[in-house]
Write a protein that binds this ligand. Structure first.
Ligand code: IMP
Ligand code: MG
Length: 178
């Protein structure tokens, strides 16, 4: 397994892009009453940078689930942490690292909409350009659209590793790894 060089997205680009997303968000919604919900663990690095470029937000909370895609292509969801801040009648911004199959995000969006927010906006750092298993999910803010490759760094991991890399890399899996 190796990190493909050079990085797919260097940190200098990420900082610029995150700043642009923050500007877009603050021109779209009243940030002072915004409930930011960060999906653990992957989106933490992204969310921390994004929050630095936003004016004071209403609250920051977290969501943690694990999804498993079974052999019948139906996912199973293991909920590990649910937001505790009030969502009812609030504007919610969901911050995710990657939109891949869409399964994780759709589960979280369903959960949030059951708690009657005033609005939900979805902000993802990376959207993979491929058909979603769960259709109909549209991110309001997308940092980067990339090919369907496995990426690590800037919060994103492979079995827990590589999360703390500053830049985003494609992880190449060689014959010796399988
Ligand atoms: P989805 O449920 O298939 O949309 O997957 C979303 C989750 O899968 C993300 O929040 C990541 O935790 C993980 N994931 C999907 N693709 C990658 C990748 O390329 N690198 C690291 N994690 C990934
Ligand atoms: Mg992950």
């Amino acid at each position: 397994m190796r990190l493909r060089q050079p990085p797919l997205i260097p940190y200098t680009s990420i900082t610029r892009r995150v700043q642009e997303l923050a500007d877009q968000i603050s021109s779209d919604v009243s940030v002072a009453s915004l409930q930011v919900i960060v999906v653990l663990k992957g989106a933490v690095f992204f969310a921390v940078d994004l929050l630095k470029y936003l004016p004071p937000v209403g609250s920051v909370d977290f969501f943690k689930i694990s999804t498993y895609i079974g052999n019948k292509s139906r996912g199973k969801v293991d909920v590990q942490y649910l937001p505790t801040d009030i969502i009812n009648a609030k504007d919610v911004l969901l911050v995710e690292d990657i939109l891949d199959t869409g399964y994780t995000t759709s589960f979280i969006l369903d959960w949030l909409s059951k708690h009657s927010p005033q609005s939900i906006r979805l902000c993802v750092l990376i959207e993979k350009m491929k058909p979603r298993v769960v259709s109909g999910i549209k991110a309001d803010y997308v940092g980067y659209r990339i090919e369907d490759e496995f990426v690590v760094g800037y919060g994103m991991d492979f079995n827990g590793m590589y999360r703390n890399l500053r830049d985003i890399y494609v992880l190449e899996v060689g014959n010796e790894d399988v």
